[in-house]
Design a protein around this ligand. Structure first.
Ligand code: HEM
Length: 506
């Protein structure tokens, strides 16, 4: 098996050539009329060099543009074949090569990686059943549960179309709009210490969404995945993160790259929570609601394996910038659930990648399922087709040729969710009553209260941020957090007033 996902193609004799392999004599000489006369059109090498330079940039990811990554492996430590029949889990000790990319969400490619923002945690597993991508965040919940809100929400985290600046009014206007306050749980996490991880090595990853995994008997469970840092969770304070952003905007890139270079390989423990369909019916919220966590007491973590990152990419652009992760890239026995945000993501990522990298993005070495092999006679041609295009194979499933369908003997899951009802528009806005605030309140009153100073830092971080928004927006923010806890709202108010005084001094 040739793992060509992290290789470079430097010519052995180091003879420098143009793009066609023709040796160059003097790379800086230009063809011109006399020594100081005008340049000539016949200087194909100069034209090629300048033209290629103009095309170095590719579309950056929108969102998650700024990121870092490394290769490593996943090792099975515990048997979960009763839950999942995927080959990667088939026996204890089995290793699967993988690539992980960490990222911030809202900033551009050159933005600071200590910004207050969720962090992306994407892993591509090169399994013998083809590639599998887990495209997760470092928070177990998300801001929305209506996928149509995603572009609106992301826009509010980016630049104001007129001022071209980040805008606290846009940010809080969206989040405090009553129908969008379903985001409260994620907003609390974002403004807690966990909103500014000290490094990618010291944060966790969570599927957030509910997935559906099945075993070889055809039984299925709802599953959530947790990837917990073996280095422990460490965070920066608001002030440390801001200072770092000025001193070294690539602080987390440096931390990850240098740790691996020094052979201090970061690792994570991978666990799952599982739930039956019957359990799901008894929950006080929908199992497809991405703004809720599953109570750990009721659905304890079950250890599966270890993720280790031990190999820096040889080339950032080739292996990280061109990497394409998608929740739709999955293997037998791991399926998406009916979570509407997840369903929308199944479309959004490959669509973004066809635009960002081209329709044959799966042929780029880092994205190739090298541990399996692609063979789909009907998927042919297209721009930048570089893998031989299946040669003389018919370009349809031809009757005279035998084809294998390796999954055809897999038992059909007899028992399935049954969906019925009229096709109606449904806006899954914040629920009337308190249900969308319960877990946010528990986080404040039961979890942060156990961590010295954590409640105060939460109030400080929010007060600091809203101080640059308009008074009516500040009022809406205070009203929203009063629904979580009145003490929290009062403390945010005090912190906001302090910050406003500081801002007056500038
Ligand atoms: C409707 C909701 C969402 C939409 C439409 C959406 C869309 C996108 C798009 C278009 C990209 C860029 C893909 C690329 O160019 O390669 C992206 C990146 C990403 N998204 Fe989402 N997203 C959504 C929700 C989420 C959620 C809920 C999570 C986590 C649970 C998530 C995690 C990520 C991560 C980690 C990346 C970076 C992938 C990488 O490292 O290349 N997204 N998203």
């Amino acid at each position: 098996m040739n793992d060509n996902t992290n290789t470079s193609d430097v010519r052995g004799d180091r003879v420098v050539t143009n793009a066609q392999g023709n040796p160059l004599n003097d790379p800086f000489a230009t063809q011109r009329v006399g020594q100081h006369g005008p340049l000539l059109m016949q200087d194909a090498n100069l034209i090629e060099l300048l033209a290629h330079f103009n095309r170095e940039n590719i579309v950056e990811r929108l969102p998650h543009a700024h990121g870092s990554g490394a290769f490593g492996y996943f090792e099975v430590t515990d048997d979960i074949t009763d839950i999942c029949g995927s080959a990667m889990f088939s026996k204890i000790g089995k290793r699967t090569r993988c690539l992980t990319r960490f990222s911030t969400v809202g900033g551009e490619k050159g933005s600071a990686d200590t910004a207050r923002d969720p962090r992306g945690f994407s892993t591509k597993f090169y399994t013998e059943e083809g590639n599998l991508d887990w495209v997760y965040n470092n928070t177990p919940v998300f801001f929305i549960r209506d996928p149509a809100k995603f572009p609106h929400f992301i826009h509010t985290q980016r630049r104001n179309p007129e001022t071209h600046m980040k805008d606290a009014n846009m940010f809080w206007d969206f989040l405090t709009t009553p129908e969008n306050q379903v985001a409260i749980h994620q907003v609390m996490i974002l403004f807690s210490d966990r909103g500014t991880p000290a490094s990618y090595r010291t944060m966790n990853g969570y599927s957030g969404h509910t997935y559906k995994w099945s075993n070889k008997k055809g039984e299925w469970h709802y599953v959530q995945v947790h990837i917990e840092s073996d280095q422990g969770v460490k965070n920066l304070t608001n002030e440390e993160a801001i200072k770092m952003a000025g001193e070294n905007p690539d602080y987390c890139q440096k931390d990850l790259f240098e740790a691996i270079q020094k052979k201090k390989f970061p690792s994570w423990t991978v666990s799952i929570q599982t739930m039956t369909e019957e359990d799901a019916k008894k929950l006080p919220f929908s199992v497809f609601d991405l703004t809720k966590v599953w109570p750990h007491k009721q659905f304890p973590l079950r250890r599966v394996g270890r993720l280790v990152l031990n190999e820096n990419p040889l080339n950032y652009f080739a292996q990280i910038e061109q990497a394409a992760f998608s929740p739709s890239t999955t293997v037998p026995y791991q399926e998406p659930s009916a979570d509407p945000v997840l369903q929308a993501r199944l479309f959004a990522y490959p669509d973004a990648q066809r635009y960002r990298l081209g329709p044959n993005y799966h042929q780029i070495p880092v994205n190739c399922p090298y541990a399996s092999k692609v063979f789909n006679p009907a998927m042919r041609d297209g721009p930048m087709n570089v893998d031989g295009n299946l040669g003389s194979e018919p370009n349809y499933l031809a009757t005279k040729n035998p084809y294998n369908f390796s999954q055809s003997s897999r038992p059909i899951q007899q028992h399935q969710e049954v969906w019925n009802g009229p096709a109606v528009p449904f806006h899954w806005a914040t629920s009337p009553g308190d249900i969308d605030f319960v877990q946010a309140r528990d986080l404040y009153q039961k979890v942060l209260s156990q961590q010295p100073g954590a409640q105060d830092r939460l109030a400080h971080n929010i007060g600091f941020h809203i101080a640059s928004s308009q008074p009516e927006i500040q009022k809406r923010v205070l009203d929203m957090f009063a629904r979580v806890d009145k003490k929290l709202a009062n403390n945010i108010f005090k912190e906001c007033e302090l910050r406003k005084k500081e801002l007056c001094r500038f």
